[in-house]
Ligand binder design. Structure first.
Ligand code: PRP
Ligand code: URA
Length: 209
């Protein structure tokens, strides 16, 4: 079974508090999402493999540790996942970016897929699937299904807020995937929104409501 990591760093928790506030502007929401994603990436990349590399400092030759290859893929789930990419790329600028388009049917809350474009070498990359919200888990499960159908193997799911229902569903369908979360919330309401959550992440990021 994959591990679930909930970040309790004070800076992340503080920024999450502002993000949740319904009076936070679209501009601030976007900036906070970027900053929190960057801080989460710092932790979530902790176990990336390193290799020895020879460099020459101004003093002498030295063997240093550097990342082994450019082997990361970031896959945002459209559209809200896009808000997390910039902050992640600030730390891993050579990561390739794939896109998966999934939205929840407003009545059934089931995921509807509409787009998928992944790096051709997805099978050999450490894949970070990102979306601010893990509610029922339907969108995350469908997206990881897509990635596995195309050969993806090493998959991490990273989100800002998760409901227990979504974590359980994701772990039941993809027990190999680790899950990184900034906050684990209480439950889903009758509209499958996370409580207390932050509302509709896509609308708040892009100002569409
Ligand atoms: C939101 C969110 C997730 C999904 C989570 O997207 O960004 O993708 O809902 O819900 P689930 O875990 O129950 O599947 P939404 O469907 O609102 O689409 P959008 O990003 O285009 O706004
Ligand atoms: N999607 C969102 O954007 N927010 C929720 O609370 C649930 C699904």
């Amino acid at each position: 079974m994959g591990n679930v990591y909930v970040f309790d760093h004070p800076l992340i928790q503080h920024k999450m508090g502002i993000l949740r506030d319904k009076n936070t502007s679209t501009k601030d929401f976007r900036e906070l999402t970027r900053e929190i994603s960057m801080m989460m990436t710092y932790e979530a990349t902790r176990s990336l493999p390193l290799q020895d590399v020879e460099v020459e400092t101004p003093i002498r030759k030295a063997t240093v540790k550097m990342l082994k290859g450019e082997d990361i893929a970031i896959v945002p789930i459209l559209r809200a996942g896009l808000g997390m990419v910039d902050g992640m790329q600030a730390l891993v600028p050579n990561a390739k970016v794939g896109h998966i388009g999934v939205y929840r049917d407003p009545d059934t809350h089931k995921p509807i897929e509409y787009y998928c474009k992944l790096p051709s070498d997805i099978a050999s990359r450490q894949v970070f699937v990102v979306d601010p919200m893990l509610a029922t888990g339907g969108s995350a499960v469908a997206s990881i299904d897509f990635i596995k159908e195309r050969g993806g193997k090493n998959i991490i799911f990273m989100c800002l807020i998760a409901a227990p229902e979504g974590i359980d569903f994701l772990q039941s369908k993809h027990p190999d995937a680790d899950i990184f979360i900034a906050a684990k919330d209480s439950h889903l309401n009758e509209n499958a929104y996370i409580v207390p959550g932050l509302g509709d992440a896509g609308d708040r990021l892009f100002g569409t409501k």
